[in-house]
Design a protein around this ligand. Structure first.
Ligand SMILES: NC(=O)c1ccc[n+]([C@@H]2O[C@H](COP(=O)([O-])OP(=O)(O)OC[C@H]3O[C@@H](n4cnc5c(N)ncnc54)[C@H](O)[C@@H]3O)[C@@H](O)[C@H]2O)c1
Length: 311
């Protein structure tokens, strides 16, 4: 396999690049090192990726050059996060999630035999009609971020239908583990728990999340590169069991060995009450299932936070 990974200095992209390189794939890795969070963190991620991560912005990069010889594009570059996607923040989401995806698809359009694995999101479901939610349920995003991720999926679907581009969209459900983005809940919870500082919690904590360990996400993403799939396939990549945020907090408290100091804040616009995805399709088509036990995955993430402190 000769792969191009976009977003390779990000949380998931750096793990994917590392795993591909370790598996013997030829990997070209790029990232724009945007300031969505501290670029120094992204450089540290890139240093773990196993191959050099070249600075390139999909908005302007010469994609033809980047695609030479490539047979799989893992398109993970994007602007994630629900809360900053409102208001003037939206244009950034349009550029990183919609325009960049269209540029990748356009560049692949004239090439034979290139598969695009697109990192989509459970946020496309919004307040889903039922849980766990299946890929056949109608997506109805509840945030501007979710709208842009769904737009990326639709772009994949229409380039597949009109131009025969080989695409698969993976709907990742709240990914966690070492290197998790600093804006994400579990990252903030682990840091506050280790510092014994007040831990800001939006909403009651009864909101339910299907969390997926990053190693499992990487395994599904790699499997999606080569599995026989129907055109424009869409697959959930979920953790296989949803828990409330309060339960996650209890698990972190157990791991650090003390009670957490929780500062309750109002629910935020765009947040959904629950996420939860069926994984039957990913099992049938990719031979994949989530394997990491929640307590084990959280312990790995917490150990990473602790290791960062001793660097
Ligand atoms: N982390 C999750 O729980 C989660 C859940 C669902 C979907 N996703 C999707 O998975 C992907 C990776 O998420 P992550 O959590 O690793 O995010 P991340 O922010 O850590 O990584 C994304 C990377 O993309 C890069 N990037 C942004 N715009 C770019 C551009 N124009 N050109 C090149 N690089 C660019 C950023 O610099 C960043 O390093 C994203 O597309 C995100 O929407 C993530």
């Amino acid at each position: 396999m000769h792969a191009l990974v976009t977003g390779a200095a990000g949380f998931i992209g750096s793990h994917l690049t590392e795993a591909l390189a370790a598996a013997g794939a030829r990997v070209r890795a790029i990232d724009a090192f945007t300031d969505s969070y501290d670029p120094a963190v992204k450089r540290a991620n890139a240093a773990q990726a196993g191959v050099p991560v070249v600075a390139a912005d999909l908005a302007v990069a010469d994609l033809d050059g980047l695609l030479d010889g490539v047979d799989v594009v893992f398109h993970l570059a994007g602007q994630p996060g629900v809360r900053p996607s409102w208001s003037s923040g939206f244009s950034r989401y349009l550029d990183a999630n919609v325009l960049a995806t269209q540029r990748v698809l356009e560049a692949v359009r004239e090439r034979e035999g290139v598969r695009i694995v697109y990192a989509s999101s459970s946020s496309v479901y919004g307040q889903a009609p039922r849980y766990p939610t299946s890929e056949d349920d109608l997506p109805a995003p509840h945030s501007p971020y979710g709208v842009t991720k769904l737009a990326g999926e639709h772009l994949c679907g229409l380039y597949a239908a009109n131009h025969g581009v080989d695409t698969v969209a993976l709907r990742y459900f709240s990914v966690y583990g070492p290197r998790q983005r600093p804006d994400m809940g579990l990252h903030r919870f682990c840091e506050a728990a280790l510092d014994d500082k007040p831990l800001p919690l939006y909403g009651t904590g009864e909101q339910v999340r299907d969390v997926t360990y990053v190693g499992d996400v990487v395994a599904a993403t790699m499997a999606a590169a080569t599995a026989p799939l129907p055109p424009a396939a869409v697959l959930n990549v979920a953790g296989g069991g949803a828990v409330s945020v309060n339960v996650l907090l209890d698990l972190i408290a157990d791991l650090v060995g003390r009670d957490l100091r929780i500062e309750r804040l109002p629910e935020q616009p765009g947040d959904v009450a629950a996420t939860g995805g069926t994984t039957d399709r990913a099992r049938d088509l990719l031979g994949w299932r989530p394997r990491t036990d929640l307590a084990e995955g959280l312990a790995a993430q917490l150990a990473w936070h602790q290791a960062q402190r001793s660097c």
